[in-house]
Design a protein around this ligand. Structure first.
Ligand code: GLU
Length: 322
């Protein structure tokens, strides 16, 4: 890196010892700065984190003749000119917000875009709004958002409060631990361990009910749980495998997903309860995009980057109007 330039032969006296000391100090300082820069650019050996590449994402054709006058949510959005969609912002490959640009990306974001285009609204104009797991039902009930796409499990309790289109993906609850952890390999090993999950989530409820000996800790988001795992405040993070695989892929030397999924988490699109016209139209949109290949392309450009090949999407559950 450093080439020693030979001093021109001037016949002058050799360099004084203090000059040599100063030169050595300078070389040491440069070496330290170079090492620090390497650390700042990414840990040695860790692969660069691949995010979704915009040019690989499908283009969704906007259905300009689409009308859904029976849906109050659709009418309001049409008048406004865009949908307000609730999402997550800290779930790698699913719903992630770039802090520099404010842009959202991920599989759930693509699902929102394809649905918006099928419902006749320009997907480029969606306003994404970050809503935590515990606040999804109230956000839909009080009209803060038109619909929600963010690792949202369909279940009967939630169906009393909101409607669900889909499912569009099947996940399962799993466990994330530090890479050097050997004692936790499944939920049966959680007794006496500190386990973190998001408030209001189904994985949190399942640990509370089925594994009461675990020491359950909750935060608003899974990324706070992951920070707590990395700093030894908790021993495991639990939520859907799709979410945990993303965190592990971002820190493969520090984190690993262990055991087999121990639940079924069918992801649905949350809509205001009673807006059946909107729910059925989103079911149609999902079905059409699964058939025309957009779903698979969107998966491969986002969640597929975590290394799991595209599965078959689960069948749509078009349950009766409610
Ligand atoms: N799918 C689970 C749920 O809806 C966990 C993921 C989340 O909190 O978004 O509760």
């Amino acid at each position: 890196m450093f080439r020693t330039r030979r001093a021109p032969h001037t016949g002058r006296a050799p360099r004084a010892p203090h000059t040599r000391r100063a030169f050595r100090a300078l070389v040491t300082a440069v070496l330290i700065l170079t090492a620090l820069a390497a650390v700042a650019c990414g840990k040695e050996g860790s692969p660069p984190v691949k995010g979704p590449q915009t040019d690989k994402l499908p283009q969704y054709q906007v259905d300009t003749s689409f009308r859904l006058d029976d849906s109050p949510t659709w009418r309001a959005a049409k008048k406004r000119g865009y949908f307000v969609v609730g999402v997550k912002e800290d779930q790698p490959y699913l719903g992630e917000k770039d802090p520099a640009t404010g842009r959202y990306s991920g599989f759930d974001i693509e699902i929102a875009r394809m649905v918006s285009a099928s419902l006749g609204l320009d997907p480029a104009r969606i306003r994404f709004r970050t809503i935590a797991s515990a606040n999804r039902e109230t956000a839909l009930q009080n009209g803060q958002i038109d619909y929600y796409v963010g690792t949202y499990t369909i279940n009967d309790n939630r169906k009393k409060l909101v409607g669900f289109a889909g499912p569009y993906y099947m996940a399962g609850q799993s466990l994330l631990v530090r890479a050097d952890e050997n004692d936790i390999n499944g939920p049966q090993d959680l007794a006496g361990k500190r386990v973190c999950s998001a408030s209001g989530s189904t994985p949190y409820q399942r640990i509370q009910q089925d594994y009461p000996q675990a020491e359950l800790v909750s935060y608003d988001t899974y990324s706070i749980c992951v920070d707590n795992l990395l700093t030894y405040q908790v021993d495991a993070v639990t939520t859907d495998d799709a979410i945990l695989i993303g965190y592990a892929a971002k820190a493969p030397k520090e984190l690993k997903v262990v055991g087999k999924p121990f639940s079924e988490e069918p992801y649905g699109i949350g809509v205001p309860r009673g807006d059946n016209a909107l729910r059925f139209a989103i079911d149609d949109a999902l079905e059409a995009n699964e058939k025309n290949g957009n779903w698979k392309k969107a998966y491969e450009a986002t969640l597929g980057l975590s290394g799991v090949p595209a599965p078959q999407p689960p069948p749509i559950d078009r349950y009766p109007a409610s």
